[in-house]
Design a protein around this ligand. Structure first.
Ligand SMILES: C[S@@+](CC[C@H](N)C(=O)[O-])C[C@H]1O[C@@H](n2cnc3c(N)ncnc32)[C@H](O)[C@@H]1O
Length: 368
């Protein structure tokens, strides 16, 4: 098992070019994915479900929540949602309707098996899931296209860790991937969300930033989260920048045991993501003073720094220890992914650094 986790991990990172279609049809890979990658990715999806507006998941009364889980693998997104709903709104969980699709038969069988097992465990009927084979590169084609059209509109479309596997040999993969996402947008319910989760690697995260730029340029959707603006992604301005999340996470004993064998430390959920909508709704009201923290806090000698992002671009802020005050103390507990409001920052002429003075204010509007 540990060896298969290592192999898969290599295929998802340093040996990405050798990732062959159908890799989850391999029994050893499937078992490793189920034991290690599924629980981790499931937690990532649940973190993002927590970010969605309540009415996205509460849905309309009398209508089941309708969901597409594309590139579903062993049903990670579907199971994440089923479990998340079960603990918050069991009636919604009971009526949940999911169409899960993948190009490989193995993961689809696994999805059905795990879904049925979960439903049996909590004592609900397992009729809400349909699994379907199909190629996501052409979501309109064949049975997949027909079923997607027939089953919509969708409250949620989940594309977890699969976008980066599409069009890998294309001339412009991000443009092709954006076109696929664009083809799915018409199937969203008016209050619906497309949730895209990708690995936190520089290559895959930057490709996702490019997908975002293509989609926003076409004006066909807006970003609910994580971005606080609709402009071009400023992380793409510098080849070493990429935007990703790192959320605290407590690994289960089973994951910790695998970690110990393979030498990994899974103490945080690392990923990049996009929550896209067509109703213009945003995670918080936007303003030039409202920023997403896109780095860790860096403690320098006598200075605390962080990178922020909003409609003004990607900018570095710093607060000298001697400028520490009650109004800017919140900076000390800022973390990657938090949304903060800054007032009274100043920039010295010729400097690229925004300084928070003693009279400046830092307020955390939303923790990550
Ligand atoms: C890394 S797994 C992600 C599985 C699951 N969504 C998760 O987050 O754990 C990627 C999945 O995408 C599927 N996939 C890759 N290319 C595909 C394509 N062209 N059409 C449909 N599914 C595809 C793979 O078979 C695999 O199951």
């Amino acid at each position: 098992m540990a060896q298969a986790v290592l192999n898969l991990s290599r295929l998802f990172t340093t040996a990405r070019a050798t990732l062959a279609p159908g890799y989850l049809d391999d029994q050893a890979h499937a078992a490793a994915y189920r034991a290690y990658f599924l629980p981790v990715n499931l937690s990532k999806v649940q973190v993002l479900l927590d970010e969605l507006p309540r009415d996205n998941v509460a849905g309309e009364a009398g209508r089941p929540m309708t969901v597409l889980d594309l590139g579903c693998g062993p049903g990670t997104g579907s199971l994440a949602l089923l479990d998340w709903l079960w603990y918050r709104n069991p009636e919604r969980a009971k009526s949940l309707s999911v169409l899960a699709a993948d190009s490989s038969p193995g993961p689809l069988q696994e999805t059905k098996k795990l879904w049925d097992a979960y439903c049996q465990e909590v004592g609900i009927a397992s009729t809400g899931l349909r699994c379907l084979g199909g190629n996501l590169e052409h979501p309109h084609k064949g049975d997949l296209g027909k079923q997607i059209a027939k089953g919509g509109p969708y409250d949620l479309i989940i594309m977890a860790n699969c976008l980066n596997e599409l069009f890998v040999t294309a001339f412009d993969p991000p443009a092709e991937r954006a076109a696929v996402v664009g083809q799915l947008l018409p199937f969203l319910a008016p209050h619906g969300t497309i949730m895209i989760v990708e690995p936190a690697l520089r290559q895959t995260a930057r490709a996702l930033h490019q997908v975002r730029n293509h989609l926003l340029k076409q004006g066909r959707c807006t970003v609910y989260s994580p971005c606080l603006h609709e402009g071009a992604c400023p992380a793409l301005d510098h080849p070493d920048d990429w935007c990703h999340e790192e959320r605290p996470w407590q690994a289960s004993p089973a994951i910790a045991a695998i970690d110990q064998k393979v030498g990994f430390i899974k103490d945080a959920l690392k990923f990049s993501y996009l929550l896209l909508r067509t109703d213009g709704r945003t995670i918080v009201p936007r303003s030039p003073q409202t920023f997403r923290v896109v780095s860790e806090l860096r403690e320098l000698k006598g200075d605390t720094r962080a990178w922020l992002c909003n409609e003004l671009g990607r900018l570095e802020i710093g607060r000298l220890d001697r400028a520490a005050s009650a109004t800017n103390a919140a900076l000390e507990v800022c973390h990657r992914g938090a949304i903060i409001q800054l007032d009274g920052v100043r920039r010295k002429e010729g400097s690229t650094l925004e300084r928070i003075p003693a009279e400046g204010t830092v307020e955390i509007i939303r923790s990550a």
